[in-house]
Design a protein around this ligand. Structure first.
Ligand SMILES: [Fe+2]
Ligand SMILES: [Fe+2]
Length: 305
């Protein structure tokens, strides 16, 4: 019996694998080499699906994720150039999904490059990035939510004329704000009903977990970690996890955009999605109640136009 474990590779991603060897199942418990490290499968064979189901070895997983990230980054650049917003979003979601498989292994470090590509793309094709958040996919997941929050946040940063490095920091923070949810049980994340107090207590740990993953496991500190830690805090102290009134700018900004994105999408099956204008009116009540920053809220409203 083969002592290694193998993971099946998605057909749509085979073309990205060059550095990692690929294997096929040659018996009930045995796998044989199909393509050695350092070579790619010929494009024609991939297109015509003239290959068996392919696998990578468990120990190559991190290298494989890094190769995928590179591949998706290239794909995103290409789709921006050709003006295809739906493809940009699809590649972004694939990239984030793969990255979130191993967030504690340093995989988040490939994401700043993606954000840079998007910022550069915005100056040439602002219309693409404006439409990313409104392109909807069938299943609403944390990945799609995170990509939408990032797109809306980048829109805010462009509208506010933030410089490149500030936009990059805040955009990355937006993409990773819910990374702590990778460690919340799916039964709670996808519960088709209101959460019990106990379940909500567990859900409320995601900002703290996210902060640890970003800061300690990926060495991305500052704004990026603060956004994850503080996006559920409120200026009147009624938020979580700390109930602090002392919230960083990025924490306040992401609080508003996170709330807007979740309400305009059906983030819970028992809750209907709201229209943008209705949502803004709803959030405005929280601004008036002293929970959100008025200036940021107004700028956000204008950035949506
Ligand atoms: Fe959150
Ligand atoms: Fe969120």
């Amino acid at each position: 019996m083969d002592q290694h474990s193998y993971i099946q590779v998605r057909n749509s991603q085979i073309n990205y694998y060059k550095a990692v060897p690929l294997y096929y199942q040659s018996g009930a418990d045995s796998y044989s080499l199909y393509k050695p490290a350092g070579t790619s499968l010929p494009e024609m064979r991939i297109n015509q699906q003239r290959h068996p189901l392919l696998f990578i070895q468990e120990e190559d997983r991190l290298t494989a994720i890094q190769e995928l990230q590179k591949g998706f980054n290239k794909q995103i650049t290409q789709s921006i150039t050709t003006g295809n917003a739906a493809n940009v979003k699809a590649s972004l979601c694939d990239l984030v999904e793969e990255t979130l498989e191993e967030p504690r292994s340093g995989t988040l470090r490939a994401l700043p490059e993606t954000i840079e590509t998007l910022i550069t793309g915005y100056s040439k094709h602002p219309e693409i990035l404006k439409s990313i958040a409104s392109i909807s996919f069938k299943d609403y997941t944390t990945v799609i939510h995170s990509v939408n929050v990032m797109a809306l946040t980048l829109g805010f940063c462009f509208h506010a004329n933030f410089n490149f490095s500030k936009t990059r920091r805040i955009g990355l923070s937006a993409l990773l704000h819910d990374i702590g949810k990778t460690e919340i049980p799916a039964s709670i994340l996808r519960a088709p009903r209101k959460l019990t107090n106990h379940e909500f207590g567990i859900m409320k740990t995601h900002p703290t977990i996210g902060n640890v993953i970003i800061r300690d496991k990926n060495k991305l500190g500052g704004d990026v970690a603060l956004g994850a830690l503080q996006h559920h805090e409120k200026l009147d102290g009624s938020g979580y996890p700390r109930g602090t009134r002392n919230i960083s700018y990025v924490g306040q900004l992401l609080g508003i955009i996170d709330c807007y994105e979740a309400l305009t999408n059906e983030d819970r099956p028992y809750r209907r999605a709201r229209q943008p204008l209705e949502t803004l009116k709803f959030i405005k009540e929280d601004v008036q109640a002293g929970k959100f920053n008025r200036d940021i809220f107004e700028k956000f409203c204008y950035s949506l136009i």
